[in-house]
Design a binder for this molecule. Structure first.
Ligand SMILES: Cc1ncc(COP(=O)(O)O)c(C=O)c1O
Length: 408
């Protein structure tokens, strides 16, 4: 892995020169560009401003170097969803606190997490899962007394660009019995929910907190943890959310109004918001057919969401001499053999973009690099650390706006 810095004295040079240097080497494979400073900035923002504890949702990007960056900025708790993530984080950050927040787990995974990796915190949304957790963490038939159990509620996901609402979460009529039973089996009892990923309005959290309030009142149990989950947005073309402070404000106010004790803790589990700005991708155009560009990464690479849910990412042409031609809309085809490997976009680039050109695709740090497969023999092995700004940021105005052409 190489490090690229802006040359001393060139701070006012056109943005993207760092990336342009890499394009000059004419890489044949896509290159993953990492911006540790952007991940650091995001982590610091959550640690300093979220009115409670921020757990990093590892699924968004499980890269060990990212985990170390977040840890270095004070993120001490990690939301893990599989035994693979448990092992990875425990090995990378032995001191980290792991919370197993997938509501449907293998019994063997629960036992390994509890006994081998010191995991005490589990989420659940059914009595069957609660029984499973109790069984898997018992010793010689004696139930564990150190469990933190969070009951996941089903909540409205209509404010999110990516719903997680149908699959998990206890329905209103089942919550009372579940909270009651979980209270008996736990040291600390929590309630959690997920309002869906890339949630565009803070109202989503206010509504979900209303569900939490109803549940607590109805069950009359003492609740020690309220976990508002993930869903905090990043910024993409056509999806520019309100500032994160607005989300934190709503969460803080609604949390303060809950019928819970002074010592109750507020948690969140951001994935996307902590790492979207961390990575981008430099791809090469291998062919142009009208407004379709055949590039060397796609649906089976880091562009899964661009292909499967029509997500639009910011793009920049990285070309020697730049381009003065007006922009037009393009779609992308990825490198594999099937039609599914298509990203409709539209992606705005200068109208003269052609085979041999390089394009930077931004904001791929969350659910981008993490989704990559080696299908059909394509991949991106080269990784470079760069210190320029990501194409967009939710963290402050210090990042100057970038155009969609970078001159080499
Ligand atoms: C339980 C849980 N927590 C947190 C997250 C992270 O969500 P986001 O990346 O939208 O912040 C997810 C995403 O699927 C999740 O399932």
């Amino acid at each position: 892995m190489h490090k690229h810095h802006r040359a001393l004295g060139l701070a006012a040079a056109p943005l993207g020169n760092v990336v342009a240097d890499i394009a000059k080497s004419r890489p044949v494979q896509p290159v993953t560009l990492l911006r540790p400073h952007a991940a650091r900035r995001a982590a610091r923002f959550f640690v300093d401003n979220f009115p409670g504890r921020s757990l990093y949702a590892v699924k968004a990007n499980p890269s060990p170097s990212l985990l170390q960056i977040l840890w270095g900025e004070g993120v001490t708790h990690y939301d893990v969803a599989s035994i693979g993530e448990v092992r990875l984080v425990h090995e990378t950050l032995p001191e980290a606190v792991l919370c197993f927040m997938h509501p449907v787990k293998a019994e063997e995974a629960i036992a390994e997490a509890y006994f081998d990796h010191n995991v005490k915190t589990f989420s659940l949304d059914t009595i069957e899962e609660l029984d499973k957790i109790v069984r898997a963490t018992s010793t010689d038939g004696v139930a564990a007394t150190d469990l933190n159990l969070l009951v996941r509620l089903q909540v409205n996901n209509e404010h999110a660009k990516l719903s997680l609402g149908a699959k998990f979460g206890a329905q209103a009529q089942d919550v009372r019995a579940l909270l009651f039973a979980a209270r008996q089996a736990s040291d600390a009892l929590g309630i959690c929910f997920h309002v869906g990923s890339q949630t565009m309005s803070p109202t989503a959290y206010a509504e979900a907190m209303g569900r939490v309030r109803d549940a607590i009142v109805d069950a009359s149990v003492t609740v020690d943890i309220v976990d508002v989950g993930g869903g905090f947005p990043s910024t993409y073309p056509g999806m520019e959310p309100p500032p994160l402070e607005a989300y934190f404000e709503v969460i803080h106010t609604t949390f303060e109004a809950l019928p819970i004790s002074y010592s109750a803790e507020l948690w969140c589990e951001p994935g996307r918001a902590l790492c979207a700005e961390y990575a981008s991708l430099l791809v090469r155009v291998e062919k142009r057919r009208g407004s379709e560009l055949y590039i060397n990464d796609g649906a089976y690479g880091a562009l899964f969401d661009a292909a499967h849910i029509g997500w639009r990412y910011p793009v920049e042409l990285v070309r020697e001499g730049g381009s003065k031609v007006r922009p037009m809309d393009f779609s992308f085809y990825g490198p594999t053999c099937d039609d599914l490997d298509h990203m409709a976009g539209p992606f705005q680039l200068p109208a003269d973009v052609d085979a041999g050109d390089y394009i930077e695709v931004g904001m791929l740090g969350a659910y981008g690099c993490a989704m990559r497969t080696a299908f059909n023999g394509f991949g991106a092995e080269r990784t470079e650390i760069v210190d320029d700004e990501p194409m967009a940021t939710l963290y402050g105005s210090q990042a100057p706006a970038r155009s969609n052409v970078v001159t080499l």
